[in-house]
Design a protein around this ligand. Structure first.
Ligand SMILES: NC(=O)c1ccc[n+]([C@@H]2O[C@H](COP(=O)([O-])OP(=O)(O)OC[C@H]3O[C@@H](n4cnc5c(N)ncnc54)[C@H](OP(=O)(O)O)[C@@H]3O)[C@@H](O)[C@H]2O)c1
Length: 283
């Protein structure tokens, strides 16, 4: 992971500006925006990090949100936190790589009003730092199962329940690693590049059904997954030179675009891979 950040930093060295402190007031909490009222959203990997921020934002914007991740205690805690904020959320355990868990997630989502409008596939893993060609078949299977196959399989289970409603929207979560392959993360990079293609294919397939599919492409976001501040403080000076905005992203900064992509305001947007990275590394 250290190599990942160093490599990205090197790729963008030369962009020098003063650091701009981030205020929580920068985030639009959506308190008076109820554009998703009466809608139901399923968000995988949503008990912390980017998924949790997205779940909170969709609920703030009026949706009923179904929280999920692998661990019951994480689900309970996330649900309690958001319900404590007066938001409409429920939750269930769902390891996205397990078919039976996906079925439970679908059933939980249908409990609210018998249908689903939005699916946001955030859950992703990276169990390997090492050579791509040295990766075992088990590693390949795990990363591709969780990161690439599970969004498609979960969507296939939800689709009959989304088709009944108007204005369905699906958001996949890729990474800048999809565009800028990072050494020692080759299998993960490949899985995230595959999601860009999955987004395009699903967008074309589901357009006749009126369901839009887009892909969020985060840069480096401050979460446990990136572990930037805890484990790699020595990289901070380099990271200050990294992107146009000269800082890492906050999970909440990935949430507004997802709410927008679910909303009627995005009704003519599908098949797009959209970077939230402080500066897009796309060539
Ligand atoms: N942070 C970044 O810099 C960054 C950059 C680009 C892309 N991304 C992508 O963003 C996504 C979320 O990352 P994050 O930084 O928010 O991670 P995070 O803070 O570590 O949160 C991961 C969440 O996913 C859940 N989870 C993990 N494996 C799961 C599985 N197999 N099935 C269901 N839930 C699972 C975790 O809860 P449990 O432990 O309870 O399962 C947790 O709620 C990932 O797809 C990642 O590749 C992150």
């Amino acid at each position: 992971v250290a190599i990942m950040f160093r490599t990205v930093s090197q790729a963008f060295r030369g962009l020098h500006c003063s650091s701009v402190p981030l205020s929580a007031r920068m985030f639009n909490k959506g308190a008076d925006n109820r554009s998703l009222a009466d809608r139901v959203a399923v968000v995988t990997g949503s008990t912390k990090g980017i998924g949790f921020a997205i779940a909170r934002r969709l609920a703030q914007d009026g949706a009923h949100v179904v929280i999920s991740s692998r661990k019951q205690q994480n689900v309970d805690q996330a649900v309690a936190t958001l319900q404590g904020e007066g938001l409409s959320v429920t939750g269930t355990v769902c390891h996205v790589g397990k078919a039976e868990d996906r079925e439970c997630l679908v059933a939980k989502a249908l409990e609210h009003s018998g249908g689903v409008d939005f699916l946001v596939c955030v859950a992703g893993v990276n169990p390997l730092v090492g050579s791509t060609l040295g990766a075992s078949e088990q590693i390949w299977d795990k990363i591709l199962d969780v990161n690439v196959k599970s969004p498609a399989l979960l969507l296939s289970q939800l689709l009959p329940h989304m088709e009944q409603r108007k204005g369905g929207s699906v958001i996949l979560v890729s990474s800048i690693a999809a565009y800028l392959p990072l050494p020692k993360l080759g299998v993960y990079n490949t899985s995230k590049t595959a999601l860009l293609g999955l987004c395009k294919s699903l967008a074309v397939e589901l357009a006749p059904k009126g369901i839009r599919v887009n892909c969020l492409v985060p840069g480096i976001i401050k979460t446990d997954f990136s572990q930037v501040e805890k484990t790699m403080p020595y990289l901070q000076p380099d990271m200050n030179e990294l992107y146009g905005l000269q800082r890492f992203g906050e999970p909440e900064e990935c949430a507004g675009i997802v709410s927008f992509l679910c909303s009627p305001a995005a009704s003519y947007i599908t098949g797009e891979n959209i970077a939230v990275a402080g500066f897009s590394p796309k060539l």
